[in-house]
Design a protein. Structure first.
Length: 182
């Protein structure tokens, strides 16, 4: 399968139903899912993968599996989702790394590559991330993407902070072009 993008250590590709064992284990893990309303059963994880397949067909986007380039071991998911945020459709950078792979910088590396893919390959003008106020680690990743909080939104029945960054801000306009896309 052709990767969506590659980084120094990671590869992102579309999920398939063959990824169900990994996705089900990740979505059932209590620490991984602590900021979600609940952990997912295997059947719910199957539905999760099916939703990504539908998103690929409908939008050409979705959550992609991230795997280590050396060996191909899956470590999490990252991607772009079309979300309704306060009434407007917005492209969201989403990321989730399975617990055995925490503290390696994978979420930031994959999310930065996703942001850059959105701006450079897809020519999107801006991306957001919806993050629960209590999810400080995810807020840290968003800030590393150059995102800043710009308000709140109700998503899945829960309040979320809306972090956002424009292509111009990510490219470093206003800082002499020293931004990550420069």
């Amino acid at each position: 399968m052709q990767p969506v993008f590659e980084t120094e250590r990671l590869r992102a590709r579309e999920m398939t139903l063959d990824d169900l064992d990994f996705v089900a284990a990740m979505l059932a893990h209590p620490e991984v899912m602590r900021f979600y309303p609940r952990r997912y059963s295997r059947e719910e994880a199957w539905g999760w993968v099916e939703r990504q397949l539908a998103r690929y067909r409908e939008h050409g986007l979705g959550l992609w599996l991230i795997e280590e380039r050396a060996g191909g071991e899956p470590v999490g998911q990252v991607g772009l989702l079309v979300q309704r945020v306060n009434g407007a459709l917005q492209p969201e950078v989403g990321y989730l790394v399975h617990r055995p792979f925490w503290r390696r910088g994978y979420a930031t590396e994959a999310a930065l590559a996703t942001r850059d893919h959105a701006f450079c390959a897809l020519d999107l003008p801006r991306v957001v991330s919806l993050i629960r106020p209590v999810n400080l680690p995810s807020q840290g990743v968003a800030r590393k993407l150059g995102m800043r909080p710009e308000g709140t939104a109700l998503h899945a029945g829960m309040e979320h902070l809306v972090f956002a960054v424009s292509r111009a801000a990510a490219a470093g306009e206003g800082d002499g072009g020293r931004g990550p896309l420069a």
